[in-house]
Design a protein around this ligand. Structure first.
Ligand code: AMP
Length: 311
């Protein structure tokens, strides 16, 4: 089993959806990625920063799941990163109401010594210079580097984002962000342009419409499971990234064929995340529930058809 380094925000979120509103709750890209990847019992470490206002019980939620939090820095006199968002009625789009970087503003990430040879690095959403600094600290070249980002960093740190994108194998990005990054409407053309920026594999997430995996001319599609209950899509993209990278770390097979399964795992785990507010659903998720849903996925997408020329 490979080791997995996770970088990303550990945050307070305040969320509003058509179904309700929360005060500051546990959130952050690295939190969702870590919880999701922990489904595979991989050895993982979270590299991030929080303020003195961050409850230690929240850190315990991660460390109790075999996630190394020794390099989750606590800046006692600082405030934790805060994000607030409001979803539209379709739940597929949202407005960011606040992004307060706080302790993230002066963050120097430190990779734990025994993770400097990790095979898989998941560069979750935060400043692209921090993502690059984590890569620079790796003592052996990782077998797989996955990067997730969002429009906020395209707006405030585009040159730094371009620099780090050059150095990754896989990028996961949503459709709107892929269009912003490339200026292309067609996602096929956008994926081609992103290939040219560096990543050999491009995953474009389309919310309730699933996700696409591009590798040169090969394309694979995973739908999102049609769900009865969608309360809060926050963290779905990060949960997807955690499932994707966690599965690849577990199986140690970084081929396009195996990435198809990683995409299905990512989509399956994300389908749980949206059922409750914040991290609530991921904190109670059991292995047999995941298996049942994988079966549902198979039933939804498998069919046996005979082509005319096969008769
Ligand atoms: P997602 O819904 O997958 O895009 O992830 C939402 C999570 O990302 C929330 O828990 C936020 O705390 C976190 N987040 C929001 N904006 C940013 C940002 N600019 N950089 C890093 N993390 C962010």
């Amino acid at each position: 089993m490979s080791k997995l380094v996770i970088v990303g925000t550990v945050a307070f979120d305040a969320i509003e959806t058509p179904f309700g509103k929360t005060d500051k709750i546990l959130g952050g890209a690295a939190t969702y990625i870590g919880l999701s990847a922990s489904q595979f019992n991989v050895n993982s470490a979270v590299v991030s920063v929080v303020g003195g206002d961050f409850p230690s019980e929240y850190i315990d939620l991660l460390s109790n799941r075999n996630i190394d939090t020794s390099k989750l820095e606590i800046v006692k006199e600082g405030k934790t990163f805060f994000w607030s968002g409001k979803y539209h009625n379709d739940m597929n789009s949202r407005d960011t109401l606040a992004t307060e970087l706080n302790v993230l503003e002066n963050f120097n990430p430190v990779v734990p010594n025994d993770y400097k040879n990790a095979e898989v690095v998941m560069l979750g959403n935060l400043h692209p210079s921090v993502q690059q600094s984590v890569l620079d600290q790796m003592e052996t070249k990782p077998k797989l580097v996955v990067l997730d980002t969002m429009n906020f960093w395209m707006d405030v740190a585009l040159p730094e984002l371009h620099s780090v994108i050059k150095n990754v194998d896989v990028i996961t990005i949503n459709d709107e962000e892929a269009r912003q990054l490339t200026g292309e409407y067609s996602l096929v053309v956008a994926a081609q342009k992103i290939h040219e920026m560096g990543p050999k594999y491009v995953v474009i997430k389309k919310g309730e419409h699933g996700a696409l995996l591009f590798h040169n001319d090969d394309i694979f599609y995973a739908p999102a499971l049609p769900l009865k209950e969608v309360f809060d899509p926050t963290g779905a993209g990060d949960t997807f990234a955690g499932g994707f990278s966690g599965y690849l770390a577990k199986t140690e097979d970084y081929s396009f064929e195996n990435m198809k399964n990683a995409l299905i795992y990512g989509s399956t785990l994300a389908s749980f995340c949206v059922e409750k507010f914040g991290t609530e659903r991921m904190l109670t998720l059991k292995e047999d529930e995941v298996n049942q849903r994988l079966q549902q996925f198979k039933n939804l997408t498998q069919f046996d058809i005979t082509l005319k020329n096969e008769n």
